[in-house]
Design a protein around this ligand. Structure first.
Ligand code: ADP
Ligand code: MG
Length: 229
């Protein structure tokens, strides 16, 4: 079985005033289906850059990004967009829900944008919302939901098109400690049940207890905790 995500010696350098800043420094990472990898690191250490490259939002300066065994370097922008839409789910710090849509319709919109026909999607949306604990609230719009509930909808939406890879950036920074841990627990559960490969990046050390693997990011370098200490 191919790893869902494989980064090999990935480097990403941004221009910064007169100089440059190395956001990712020879990063190598492999994530298998059903595995939850949690990456912690301080602000500015390169966590969002890691997800931008893994999610094909940004091309690395050097190194390889493989999704399910496919080297993405040769893909056209259109092909990259297709891989993003069909194989990758994103969850960000802000849930980025559409204000006018209820939870069910948030998920149906995601399916529609990926070109899925509506027939079976309503059932799938209801099942996913039930799984994330939104069942009774699934006809509510974002302003009628708590912050934690909105992130649960965002997680369900990210899973709607059955991605192989789930990329999650600081999903709990607007939540209290108890709700943060519940979101991490949910991510661990959906990772297992959907067989998706999940990368969760966060500065919140409390979330690591649900990780299959915990890596740390320091100044663009990714490593095992012991190796970086
Ligand atoms: P984190 O998510 O861990 O806070 P980021 O990946 O956002 O870290 O940023 C890593 C480094 O790259 C930081 O020094 C940041 O300032 C820099 N950086 C990120 N994006 C850009 C950009 N578009 N242009 C210039 N520098 C950037
Ligand atoms: Mg960030």
């Amino acid at each position: 079985m191919n790893p869902s995500l494989e980064l090999t010696d990935v480097t990403l350098v941004h221009p910064d005033g007169d100089g440059t800043v190395t956001a990712l420094d020879e990063v190598t990472l492999r994530v298998d289906p059903g595995e939850l990898v949690v990456v912690t690191g301080p602000s500015g250490s390169g966590k969002s850059s890691l997800l931008a490259v893994a999610g094909l939002l940004q091309r690395p300066g050097s190194g390889a990004v493989r999704i399910d065994g496919t080297d993405t370097a040769a893909l056209s922008p259109r092909e990259r967009a297709t891989v993003r839409r069909e194989r990758i789910g994103f969850v960000f710090q802000q849930s980025n829900l559409v204000p006018s849509l209820d939870a069910v319709d948030q998920l149906l919109l995601a399916a529609h944008l990926a070109g899925h026909r509506p027939a079976r999607q309503r059932e799938r949306a209801a099942a996913l919302l039930a799984q994330v604990g939104l069942g009774p609230a699934s006809r509510r719009r974002p302003h009628q939901l708590s912050g934690g509930q909105r992130q649960r909808v965002a997680i369900a939406r990210a899973l709607m098109n059955s991605p192989q890879l789930l990329l999650v950036d600081e999903p709990t920074s607007a939540l209290d400690a108890q709700r943060s841990v519940a979101v991490a627990e949910l991510l661990a559960e959906v990772t297992r049940e959907h067989g998706v490969a999940t990368v969760l990046v966060t500065h919140d050390e409390h979330l690591v207890r649900y990780a299959d693997r915990h890596l740390a990011m320091t100044d663009g370098r990714l490593g095992e905790l012991a190796a970086l200490a």
